[in-house]
Design a protein around this ligand. Structure first.
Ligand code: SF4
Ligand code: SF4
Length: 104
């Protein structure tokens, strides 16, 4: 959620606090990039064997609320690097939103 792997391509940037799509996209994401990534996140929210966030199905265990309605990240201040870098309005963001039916 909210972070900048790819450039912003959309004129109107979607609201992450309504969406949450990239936080419920894959059970293999977000991964942790190195030993200090994810510092401060409670152990039960981390899949240490696979070095990524714990997930319930495709939904990150730290995601709170209702997808596409009102969401939040319970570890926002300590969220993984990939979450910080994923940018709202980027091509990847819009791809996720389209797949989830949030974008035409
Ligand atoms: S898919 Fe885009 S709009 Fe939705 S939470 Fe992720 S970055 Fe924000
Ligand atoms: S750690 Fe937070 S920002 Fe990252 S995928 Fe999970 S809920 Fe989303």
């Amino acid at each position: 959620m909210n972070g900048a792997v790819s450039e912003v391509v959309s004129d109107s940037v979607p609201d992450c606090l309504v969406c949450g799509g990239c936080c419920a996209w894959s059970e293999t994401w977000p991964v942790l990039m190195g030993a200090r990534d994810g510092e401060g996140i409670p152990d039960e929210l981390i899949d240490f064997d696979n070095q990524r966030m714990q997930s319930w199905g495709h939904r990150c265990a730290a995601l709170e609320g209702v997808l596409g309605c009102k969401v939040g990240c319970s570890v926002y201040a300590n969220r993984p690097l990939v979450c910080r870098e994923f940018q709202a309005g980027s091509a990847d963001c819009l791809m996720v939103r389209r797949k989830l039916g949030f974008e035409a």
